[in-house]
Design a protein around this ligand. Structure first.
Ligand SMILES: Nc1ncnc2c1ncn2[C@@H]1O[C@H](COP(=O)(O)OP(=O)(O)O)[C@@H](O)[C@H]1O
Ligand SMILES: [Mg+2]
Length: 303
């Protein structure tokens, strides 16, 4: 497995504020990698350093085997960047913005090619529209198309769905998945837990400029050591199940039981041997990435 990004011991301060504080991680070729954290965690600063837009105070970044501080121009040619704040040009139609960006990158980008690129982000029907006439989701898709004009190996998306409604967010997830399926690596930031869980192969939890944990969403949940909860109706007492090694606690309200367990399968097996259990009432509540975030950082992502 090749690493396309290597970040080593990165630090960056703005005056007294330590925005990035000793960050190290690697990104693998072809994965969708997410930096998840609250506002001010240092996500944008980290991306800007990796993209070669901002110099770090200390540390080293390699992108596609190139040291970003030594060869920033070569790196920029091979990456695509969608900034958190987008700067579309009000006087240009969607396809004209794409054509202009193509020229800036020295890529041949006539109307037909611009149209094809817009089709990749589902915007071909809006090729003649000016930015002000586009919805928030369409504007995000247009800036995504701009980030693709140079056919980059790695795409950086800074909060690609912030401010979008759930439907537009899901549409954008599909586009990002398509882009990754073409063999590109995607690095994105988000403060939406469900986005990290749904979209990212691996997620780095950031808080206060540091990386708290880095794993797959399922791995982060496992690592937090949280129990699942089985909800069930039973006409007999189930309290004796509390002695099972994987069962952490049992709460009872009348005939309703909540069983906290580290091993759902084992507890379910024990439950099926019980008489008086209404199998159709069984409902399993798995811990979420949000639960893991609280467990690992000691606080909620959204206060
Ligand atoms: N240009 C800047 N000047 C001063 N402080 C900044 C600047 N950019 C970011 N910061 C501070 O650095 C910290 C990290 O910011 P940022 O990287 O934007 O985090 P995030 O993208 O996770 O919200 C925050 O405390 C923020 O206020
Ligand atoms: Mg940011």
């Amino acid at each position: 497995m090749t690493h396309v990004i290597q970040v080593q011991q990165l630090t960056k301060s703005y005056g007294p504020v330590r925005a990035v504080d000793g960050l190290s991680f690697t990104v693998r070729s072809g994965e969708i990698f997410g930096l998840l954290g609250p506002n001010g965690a240092g996500k944008t600063t980290t991306l800007s350093i990796i993209e070669g837009i901002l110099p770090p105070d200390e540390g080293r970044v390699e992108v596609l085997g190139l040291d970003v501080s030594v060869r920033p121009r070569e790196v920029k040619r091979r990456i695509g960047v969608q900034l958190q704040q987008t700067s579309l040009i009000r006087e240009l139609r969607a396809w004209e913005q794409v054509a202009l960006f193509g020229r800036l990158y020295g890529v041949r980008m006539d109307r037909k090619r611009a149209q094809e690129l817009l089709a990749r982000v589902g915007l071909d029907a809006r090729a003649n529209a000016y930015p002000d006439a586009l919805s928030g989701g369409q504007r995000k898709r247009l800036t995504l198309a701009l980030a693709l004009v140079n056919d980059p190996d790695i795409l950086f998306l800074d909060e690609p769905t912030t401010g979008l409604d759930p439907q537009a967010r899901r549409a954008l997830w599909d586009i990002v998945r398509d882009i990754a399926a073409q063999g590109r690596t995607v690095v994105l930031t988000t403060h939406y837990l469900e986005e990290a869980e749904a979209l990212c192969h691996r997620v780095g939890l950031m808080d206060g400029g540091r990386l708290i944990a880095l794993d797959t969403p399922a791995g982060l949940i496992r690592r937090a050591g949280l129990a699942a909860v089985i909800h069930v109706h039973a006409t007999t007492s189930l309290q004796h199940l509390a002695h099972r090694p994987e069962v952490l606690a049992i709460h009872q309200e009348g005939q309703r039981f909540r069983i906290h367990t580290r091993d759902v399968a084992a507890t379910l097996q024990a439950l099926t041997r019980e008489t008086g259990v209404d199998a159709s009432s069984i409902h399993i509540q798995q811990p979420s990435l949000e639960d893991a975030f609280i467990q690992l950082t000691g606080r909620r992502l959204h206060a």
